[in-house]
Write a protein that binds this ligand. Sequence first.
Ligand code: PNS
Length: 159
Amino acid sequence: MKRAIYPGSFDPVTNGHLDVIERARKLFDEVIVAVAHNDQKQALFSLEERLELLKTSIGNIDNVRIAQFDGLLVEFAAAQSASAVVRGLRAVSDFEFEFQMALMNRKLNSDVETIFLMPKEEYTYLSSRIIKEIARLGGDVSSFVPDVVAKALGNKFKR
Ligand code: PNS
């Protein structure tokens, strides 16, 4: 059983994330989309909201499961008997942070391999941070995120 963890803040999930999940699930028997409790980052959506938005956006797919995790990612991966961590790599600007994280995770647990997947080119410029900014300023984000997320953003930034 080849199991992978796809970790992130998912604040909120975007079409780019969904594209990575779709690619990962073709490579692994099971993909666990793992939402981090991240005290360092001030999230717009609560953990429960982020989980719910993911659940609705992904729907029921056989080999995709949604979970939350606290603490070290490699510990969560080991507890789930996952051999890989999947991360999306959009552009060179992602590389430095991702490289540092992958190597640090390898130092912490050399049994967990990090695998980078490139989302569709049209999602290269997408990020949750930019989506939130556009929504906050009243822009239309409906082509970048699932409908349920666009609605949730609209409710957060009601004018
Ligand atoms: O979507 P993000 O915010 O880029 O995801 C970052 C995340 C949650 C994957 C990363 O911060 C993480 O793994 N946090 C868990 C704590 C941890 O293991 N830190 C050490 C990583 S080197």
